[in-house]
Write a protein that binds this ligand. Structure first.
Ligand code: ADP
Ligand code: MG
Length: 353
C-alpha cells in the first residue's frame, strides 16, 4: 500500500518508440484514429506492414462499435434494449442472440458479485444526478422506493424464443457498466480477424491490447495522476490484456463534502462511496468493465476479497483517503519522481505521452 497525495487515477495509454524502431520488425507501421463513439472518446490503433489494411481494419472496428451501440443502447428508442424496457411487466421480447447472451453473461456477473453489478440498476436512474447539479441528498423514502424494481433475478431469459422478460412494470435494464468493455472486445476481434496482429482499442482509458508495439516492445500502460497529467507514477505492461477503470473522479455528486460516484449500490439505492477508483486488469474487457463497477460498489475489503479469488484478474484501487491498494498478484513497475527506466529494456523516453 502506498500513500498518494492528492491523486486521482486514470490509465493512460502510451505509444512511443514506434517511429524510432530499428528492429527487424521495422516494416511495421502504426495507424490510429480517435473519435466519439458511445458518448466516449474512442481510440483505435492498428499495427501492421500494410497501412491500407490497418485503416480498413480500424474502420471495421468503428462500424462494429456503432452496430453494438445501436443494439444495446437504452437511450436509442429503436434499440432492442429499449424494446425490452418498454415491455417490462407486460411481455417477453424476442431479441438477437448477441443481446440475449450479453444479458446472460451480465446475470452471471451479478451472481458472482452478490448483486453489486446489476443491469437492472437502471430502474433507479432518475433519482441521482451526477452532473454537478445535485446539492442535497434525495429523501430516504425516495431512495428506498427506487430499488423496488431493481433485481437481476427478476430478469427472465427464455431460451426457446431468445426472449427477455422484465417481470415487473417499472423495471429497466442498462449496459452503462459493461457495454464499452463488450464493444472493445468485439472491435478487437474484428480487427484481428482482418489480419491485424497487434493493436489497441481504448475507450477513454478503458482499453484492450493485443500483440506488441511496432518496435517489438510490449504496450506500456502508465497509471497517471490526472491532477498532474504528465506524471506517470507506475506502469503496467499489457499483452493481450484489458485495463478498465471505474471511478468517482469524472462523474460524481458532491453533497455535504462527501463524494458520490455515478455507480449505484443496487442493494441500497445509494451511490458507491469509499473508493475513488478501481482499475481491473484481466484478459477480457467486458469482464474487467463489469468487475470495476462491481468493485466500486463492494468497496475496499469485499472488493479485494472478490478479486483475489478470481484467477487471472487483478485490481488496483485508490481509496477516498488516497491510499493505493492492489490485489495479491499485481505487478506494477514503479517509475516515480525520478525519470529512470524500470527495466533496462524500457527507454527513458517512455515517460513522454
Ligand atoms: P464508466 O462509464 O465511467 O466507465 P462504469 O463502467 O463503472 O463507469 O459504469 C458506470 C455506469 O454503469 C453508470 O453510469 C450507470 O449507467 C451504470 N451503473 C451504475 N450502477 C450500476 C450497477 N450497480 N450495476 C451495473 N451498472 C451500473
Ligand atoms: Mg464498468
Amino acid at each position: 500500500m502506498y500513500k498518494l497525495l492528492n491523486t486521482l487515477l486514470a490509465a493512460l495509454l502510451l505509444m512511443h518508440g514506434a517511429a524510432q524502431a530499428q528492429t527487424p520488425q521495422q516494416a511495421l507501421k502504426t495507424q490510429k484514429k480517435v473519435l466519439l463513439l458511445m458518448g466516449t472518446r474512442f481510440e483505435l490503433v492498428a499495427v501492421s506492414e500494410d497501412e491500407q489494411l490497418s485503416n480498413k481494419a480500424i474502420e471495421a472496428g468503428i462500424a462494429e462499435i456503432q452496430r453494438i451501440e445501436a443494439l444495446i443502447s437504452e437511450w436509442q428508442p429503436t434499440s432492442q434494449t429499449s424494446a425490452i424496457n418498454r415491455s417490462a411487466g407486460g411481455m417477453a421480447v424476442s431479441v438477437d442472440e448477441e443481446l440475449y447472451e450479453l444479458i446472460r453473461r451480465s446475470l452471471r456477473i451479478s451472481e458472482l458479485t452478490g448483486g453489486a453489478f446489476d443491469i437492472s440498476w437502471a430502474a433507479a436512474d432518475k433519482v441521482w444526478k451526477f452532473d454537478g447539479s445535485m446539492k442535497t441528498l434525495p429523501d430516504s423514502q425516495t431512495v428506498t422506493n427506487s430499488i423496488r424494481h431493481i433485481g437481476y433475478n427478476k430478469i427472465q431469459l427464455i431460451p426457446e424464443t431468445h426472449s427477455v422478460y422484465l417481470q415487473e412494470q417499472g423495471m429497466k435494464i442498462g449496459f452503462g457498466a459493461i457495454g464499452k468493455g463488450y464493444a472493445a472486445n468485439r472491435a478487437r476481434d474484428v480487427m484481428r480477424k482482418m489480419g491485424i496482429r497487434s493493436g489497441v482499442v481504448n475507450a477513454a482509458g478503458d482499453l484492450i491490447t493485443w500483440g506488441k508495439q511496432a518496435d517489438g516492445q510490449p504496450w506500456y500502460i502508465g497509471i497517471a495522476d490526472p491532477a498532474e497529467k504528465d506524471k506517470v507514477f507506475s506502469w503496467l505492461t499489457a499483452d493481450h490484456t484489458a485495463i478498465v477503470t471505474s471511478g468517482s473522479y469524472e462523474k460524481f455528486a458532491e453533497i455535504g463534502g462527501k463524494r458520490y460516484a455515478h455507480i449505484i449500490d443496487p442493494r441500497t439505492g445509494y451511490p458507491a462511496t469509499g473508493l475513488k477508483s478501481v482499475t481491473i486488469i484481466c484478459p477480457d474487457a467486458e469482464l474487467a468493465d463489469a468487475l470495476a463497477t462491481a468493485t466500486m460498489v463492494l468497496g475496499r475489503e469485499e472488493g479485494l476479497y472478490l478479486i483475489n479469488q478470481l484467477k487471472g484478474v487483478e485490481c488496483l484501487m485508490i481509496t477516498d483517503q488516497d491510499e493505493m491498494v492492489t490485489s495479491e498478484n499485481l505487478h506494477l513497475h514503479y517509475y516515480q519522481n525520478k525519470p529512470q527506466p524500470v527495466k533496462a529494456a524500457i527507454p527513458a523516453k517512455t515517460s513522454k505521452m
